[in-house]
Design a protein around this ligand. Sequence first.
Ligand SMILES: Nc1ncnc2c1ncn2[C@@H]1O[C@H](COP(=O)(O)OP(=O)(O)OP(=O)(O)O)[C@@H](O)[C@H]1O
Ligand SMILES: [Mg+2]
Length: 443
Amino acid sequence: MIIRIFVGQTLYNVYLDEVQTNIVAEAKILASQNQYYLSQSEYQPVRDDFSNQMKEYSNKIQARILLLDPDLRVLEDSDDRLTNTVYASNDARDSLAGSTVVRVEEESDRLIVAEPIVYFGETIGVAMVVKPLTELHLRVDEVTSALDIITIFGILIVFVISMMFADLMTKPITELTETFTKMSQGNLQQRVEIHTRDELEKLATAFNIMSTKLDQVDVQRQEFVGNVSHELKTPLASIKLLSSSLLGQEKNEEALYREFLADIDHEVDRLNEIIMDLLLLVDLDREKLSLNYKPALLNYLIDQILHRLQPVIKEYGSQVSFTPVDRIQLDCDGKKVEQAVYNIIQNAIKYSAPDGKVEIVLRREGKFAVIEVTDNGIGIQPEGIDHIFERFYRTDKARSRKTGGTGLGLSIANQIIELHLGRIEVDSELGRGSVFRIWIPEV
Ligand SMILES: Nc1ncnc2c1ncn2[C@@H]1O[C@H](COP(=O)(O)OP(=O)(O)OP(=O)(O)O)[C@@H](O)[C@H]1O
Ligand SMILES: [Mg+2]
């Protein structure tokens, strides 16, 4: 539409220019031809003849012609209407002063050209040509209405095509939106099938990965809650059984009371232990980024752990040795690293009894501090190794029950070491023993 306005305007100007040039040329011709006539104007036959010529000429150029004398009296009018009247227009006056006047009269939509008639250096009249511009408008309109039709068709075609594309483009988005909505209502098994080979397909793939992950997390959460409830229920059931049987007996000896109460006490300790572990895990999940980094001397840290483990070492009758190859000071959350290493050494003691030998080595390897814990215990079967870091996982439920524990120890250790950007490596052979290697980067 802008082009249409622009083209219309330009065409009009070009045509007007052309008409102006023509009419000015005609006016000049008229002026020079009429010098003779003006000097002979009183002679009637010449005048009649001239009148006719003037009309013919006017027809030919499709414009009205007026000839004025120096007093602005109309000597000749191709329309006859103004003959012998005084035509006192500014154009005529300006022209008498000696210049060619060219003017478009907007109100009447006409082009007016006034040319002085000069005879031997003296202005003896004015030749005026008045050309209506209607035809010019018609010519411009012809072109612009063609442009109008093109514009309308163009708009229609663009509209239809964009509707088609819009539909194609919004369909996958609608599908995605519907799936998002279903997911937000708790239905996590949602997947989208979009094969548009563009950004939307990538988005759909990312979405599918995300929903798969979410789904897995949800399953893990359910399992976790199930495991927690189970682990808490077992000691509770024992306590209930012990207390009920005590209450159920009419007369109890003090020794029996003591024995049962000691068992109840033990179960309460176990409950406490589980809950402490769970709370620690929740903290680790939440505190991901807020580790309390401080320089810690690993040699001292391991000595401390061994000191704390003395009762366990005694209970299981193990031989524990510690070989510090290097003296390593490290920026880390000391309390948490201590907890992780403690869990692993405790496992080595527990799962190598009786006649257990546990060797602990501390050394530096490149940018890493390595704590290696080797035992000569029961070992772990290959299928188990992939799972020992999972929460509540234990390779042998029956035996584990005897040794106590919940299956959270390694999960906690792993999480702490991963938070320190390190890793735990396991080599184990069933019946021969295991090696746990803790790698912590020295940054
Ligand atoms: N040094 C080891 N030798 C053999 N098996 C091991 C050893 N360390 C861990 N395991 C196996 O991995 C399982 C998970 O260990 P984890 O420390 O997470 O739990 P736990 O020792 O059973 O209980 P707790 O939460 O009290 O530590 C253990 O139950 C055991 O079967
Ligand atoms: Mg353990």
